[in-house]
Design a protein around this ligand. Structure first.
Ligand code: TYD
Length: 202
């Protein structure tokens, strides 16, 4: 059986990762691989309900509560969707995963990073992505791409997103083997070529 792969895609809102995931999916499928495209929060079933709360609930949500909801979604996602697909030998392309919680709840909301790492580890039972792409864009570009219709997370404000971006840059520095930092301001084609070069090198 061909070996499964677990690849995650990260970055601030509007960084262009969804376009790149679609392009990479086509590449793998053209090479005869089965691809599972999925996302956090809210891939399927229970996750969709958690996503609805996380993105649309309009009352107060404490940072700890927010973290646990993302982590609950992740635990369900890893156990019922990601792990089984990787074990079947599929390529799993996941739009956001553990690094989002480090960047948004850790750096953005200010929750202790050691705690976030421990909780991520519990939620995933220690399963880590084989490879992670972070698409880096400046916050002005992020805000203009998000536009006026904002969900609960997108409404957190410029200062919050500056911290989230710093978080992503720190993650990329700390784990250069797993995490590849890509300049998200380049053209779609240039970014795709860069992504493919990395995929071919692993
Ligand atoms: P989504 O619409 O999926 O955004 P995007 O298209 O930018 O991926 O919304 C997910 C939002 O949830 C996004 O603002 C990032 C945030 N998020 C966290 O704050 N923590 C997390 O652990 C995850 C997975 C997402």
């Amino acid at each position: 059986m061909t070996k499964g792969l677990f690849i995650t895609f990260e970055g601030v809102d509007g960084c262009g990762k969804t376009t790149q995931i679609e392009l990479l999916k086509k590449y793998f499928e053209n090479n005869g691989r089965t691809v599972l495209l999925t996302r956090e929060p809210g891939a399927k079933g229970l996750g969709v309900k958690l996503r609805e709360i996380l993105l649309n609930y309009d009352g107060e949500v404490s940072p700890n509560c927010e973290s646990f909801l993302f982590l609950a979604d992740r635990a369900q996602h890893i156990d019922t969707i990601i792990k089984p697909a990787v074990e079947r030998g599929e390529i799993v392309l996941c739009d956001r995963h553990t690094d989002s919680t480090v960047a948004y709840q850790g750096y953005g909301r200010g929750i202790d990073l050691n705690r976030i790492n421990l909780l991520n580890d519990i939620a995933t039972s220690g399963m880590k992505p084989d490879l992670t792409f972070i698409f880096d864009i400046d916050i002005d570009t992020s805000m203009s791409r998000v536009g006026k219709e904002k969900d609960r997370m997108e409404s957190a404000g410029v200062e919050f997103f500056k911290k989230v971006r710093e978080g992503y840059l720190a993650i990329a520095k700390q784990e250069p083997q797993r995490v590849k930092l890509i300049d998200g301001s380049k053209s779609i084609d240039d970014i795709h070529s860069e992504v493919l070069a990395i995929i071919k090198s692993i």
